[in-house]
Design a binder for this molecule. Structure first.
Ligand SMILES: *Cc1c(COP(=O)(O)O)cnc(C)c1O
Length: 429
């Protein structure tokens, strides 16, 4: 054997497929030199990525631990059991299904388990901060079932402006008698009152489902109240504030519901589980069980509050007037009647600040244009940023949103963003 002193050997991917390798390198650089402020995104750990990139991708494991349809599943059983043990400890519940490929798959499985086609359920409409899978007419949840949407408080003079209108939820549920009452949202900056929802569900004979896709990491870290023991079913993603691999998860305390859900995931709506991703989920749950994750969750919220306060000081209006969690939505109609969410997001992207356009409650613009931008702090917090950086970021956002797209202003913000990113690198552990 000879020792090589030349350049490090190219990775298997670089050798086998330089085109894809180059694109991944370019994306790596994009992520490291931009401010990732999409409220549903995060930077996962290398440990999670190693599990997801492992040989566990090779195996079919249809079924559940010790009840598989294929041979050779010994280690996969242990991986899945460990993932389940960790996540039930993390959320303080009895049963979990870790196989859903995504949040949408998790929700589909729950609907398949609990509803018949045409059944009524109650949820928030997409444009008020709900999710596509909560009854949008273009989604299975809206096509095959009958969603009835409950409102937020739209009256700005009320102290609970922008919150769920719980009295209206109750009235609507008593009127429509839904089988399922759904809480949990994609663009809702306030705490969800699970006990209050449960009281309403009990009164009208509905099962209560919480989709905590967005706040799961805050719940796990103790910075948002837990849906347990109030909710009958809890679904979530694992890749947002929870900071794991892309995936879904369903939890419950009820053994009968757990059995129905297992059947609805497989064979009801999915085939073979993504065991490499389930291993990544197990790693993520292990990370979230460590004390440091509590600090992380707390800092996400502290950062969001700092960002919100500074933006409001600078004259921006936020939906519901602030935030209690990891995200906020700027209602652009209040600062600049001409400025759309679409333009704002495009200018911010030019400046290296990545957000998404978002409808605001009672938006009269389409979901492709919108009157708002949504932003969150999970990814910036992962990079180690704290309140002083949030003040700086608010100032950069302010400059961009008042720039009218001026190229010089955007370029100057872009270079400040690059500097900030270099001071707070993406996770290396
Ligand atoms: C993100 C999200 C989902 C869907 O997750 P996917 O993994 O993209 O399918 C479901 N519900 C809510 C509330 C979400 O925010």
């Amino acid at each position: 054997m000879t020792l090589t002193t030349s350049a490090p050997t190219a990775s298997p991917l670089a050798t086998a497929d330089p085109a894809i390798h180059r694109l991944i390198q370019a994306e790596q650089e994009r992520q490291s030199l931009t401010l990732e402020m999409i409220a549903s995104e995060n930077h996962t750990s290398h440990a999670v990525m190693e599990a997801v990139g492992s040989c566990l991708t090779n195996k079919y494991c249809e079924g559940y631990p010790t009840k598989r349809y294929y041979s050779g599943c010994t280690f996969y059983d242990q991986v899945e059991e460990l993932a389940i043990r960790r996540v039930t400890e993390l959320f303080g519940c009895r049963f979990a299904n870790v196989q859903p490929h995504s949040g949408a798959s998790a929700n589909t499985a729950v609907f398949f388990a609990l509803l018949e086609p045409g059944d009524t359920y109650c949820s928030v409409v997409l444009s008020d901060g709900g999710h596509l899978t909560h009854g949008s007419p273009v989604n299975l949840s809206g096509k095959w079932f009958k969603p009835v949407h409950y409102p937020l408080v739209y009256d700005e003079s009320r102290p609970d402006f922008g919150h769920v209108d719980y009295d209206a939820v109750r009235a609507l549920c008593l009127q429509h008698k839904p089988k399922l009452l759904l809480c949990g949202y994609s663009a809702y900056p306030r705490i969800i009152d699970f006990p209050r929802f449960r009281a309403i569900a009990d009164e009208c004979g509905a099962l209560l489902m919480a989709d905590i896709a967005h706040v799961a990491g805050l719940v796990a870290g103790g910075s948002h109240p837990s849906p347990f023991p109030h909710c009958h079913i809890v679904t979530t993603t694992t890749h947002k504030t929870l900071r794991g691999p892309r995936g879904g998860l369903i939890m419950t305390n009820d053994e009968e519901l757990a059995k129905k859900i297992d059947k609805a995931v497989f064979p009801g709506t999915q085939g073979g589980p993504l065991m490499h991703v389930i291993a990544g989920k197990a790693v993520c749950f292990g990370e979230a069980l460590k004390p440091a994750f509590k600090d992380y969750a707390r800092q996400i919220v502290a950062n969001a509050k700092a960002l919100a306060t500074e933006l409001m000081t600078r004259g921006f209006r936020l939906t519901s007037g602030g935030t209690d969690n990891h995200l906020l939505v700027i209602d652009l109609r209040r600062t600049d009647k001409e400025l759309t969410g679409k333009d704002a997001a495009a200018w911010l992207e030019q400046a290296g600040i990545i957000v998404n356009k978002n409808t605001v409650p009672r938006d009269d613009r389409s979901p492709f244009i919108t009157s708002g931008v949504r932003m969150g702090t999970p990814a910036l917090t992962t990079r180690g940023m704290k309140e002083p950086q949030m003040k700086q970021v608010a100032s950069l956002i302010d400059q961009v949103l008042r720039s009218r797209g001026n190229a010089q202003i955007l370029a100057s913000v872009r270079s400040e963003v690059t500097n900030l990113c270099r001071q707070f690198p993406m996770p290396v552990a």
